[in-house]
Design a protein around this ligand. Structure first.
Ligand code: MN
Length: 275
């Protein structure tokens, strides 16, 4: 699937799965290639609250994102917060529902094009570039705070029983602080938007290995979700892979460096799946 802005073309693919333990899928993803906008939301709340919250957040983002700038993306996330908050206060069954959100959009910035990445909560955006996987966003979670102040190692955080506790959430209060990151688009770079159901089950080297092997973003997204299910599937899992395939010549043909190995079946080149 392809979306084309003035200069940057993006290919994308997305997948979501309920996992092995939960009875419903409260994750949601948004793909609006016509707006160069993608998002993942991980809802929480009793009854149907979590599903409603992530759905309203994604719908509102798509409707509200008209000013295609960094500020326009922040504003759309703020409007999503308001929409979820109002739905929660209007309906006693849904009171207290909320959702994470991580959104990526190609936007205009000072006469150039940048990728704006906004987040609230612990859904993540990773960048895979030059064979390296890096987390772009900062988690708003209890364990991330504990790692930052040195009381927990990243290894301890990964298995901490309270690793699901978020410290910032969309839709629970009438306003929410939104983090935003702006990065230059480079041909060949890949972005992964995901809920915690991915990174709590699949170690980052295994995520990177899939991105290295699978050139088609839909194939990569599906395989990442499948790995998380096989790794335990204790939560809903959602993955959107967005590839920068052209940046107007600033990094021509870098995507050619990606291995094209989308053939089905086990790959000889990758590490074993986590079990
Ligand atoms: Mn989750």
């Amino acid at each position: 699937m392809t979306a084309r802005a003035d200069r940057t073309a993006m290919h994308w693919g997305g997948a979501t799965d309920v996992g092995r333990v939960r009875t419903n899928n409260q994750d949601q993803f948004l793909a609006r290639p016509d707006l160069d906008l993608w998002a993942v939301a991980d809802g929480m709340g009793g009854h149907s609250g979590g599903e409603v919250a992530s759905q309203i957040a994604c719908d509102t983002l798509g409707q509200a994102f008209s000013d295609r700038t960094v500020d326009g993306l922040i504003e759309a996330v703020e409007q999503a917060n308001t929409a979820v908050f109002r739905a929660g206060t209007d309906n006693p069954e849904l009171t207290g529902m909320g959702t994470t959100v991580v959104a990526l959009a190609a936007v205009e910035h000072e006469g150039d094009e940048v990728l704006a990445i906004a987040n609230v909560g612990d859904s993540r955006c990773y960048r895979y570039a030059d064979g390296e996987l890096d987390q772009v966003t900062t988690d708003h979670s209890l364990v991330a705070d504990l790692v930052r102040d040195g009381s927990l190692s990243p290894e301890e955080a990964a298995v901490h029983p309270q690793r699901n506790i978020v410290t910032r959430v969309l839709g629970v209060y009438d306003t929410v602080p939104v983090d935003v990151f702006a990065v230059d688009p480079h041909g060949g770079d890949r972005y992964v938007l995901c809920s915690d159901g991915l990174f709590n089950e699949v170690p980052e080297p295994a995520i990177a290995a899939v991105l290295r092997r699978r050139r088609d973003p839909a194939v990569a997204a599906n395989e990442l979700v499948q790995l998380a299910v096989e790794g335990g599937g204790r939560d809903n899992i959602t993955v959107v892979v967005v590839d920068v395939v052209d940046d107007g010549g600033r990094a021509a043909a870098a995507s050619a460096a990606l291995a094209d190995d989308d053939a089905p079946g086990p790959s000889a080149g990758g590490p074993p799946s986590p079990s």
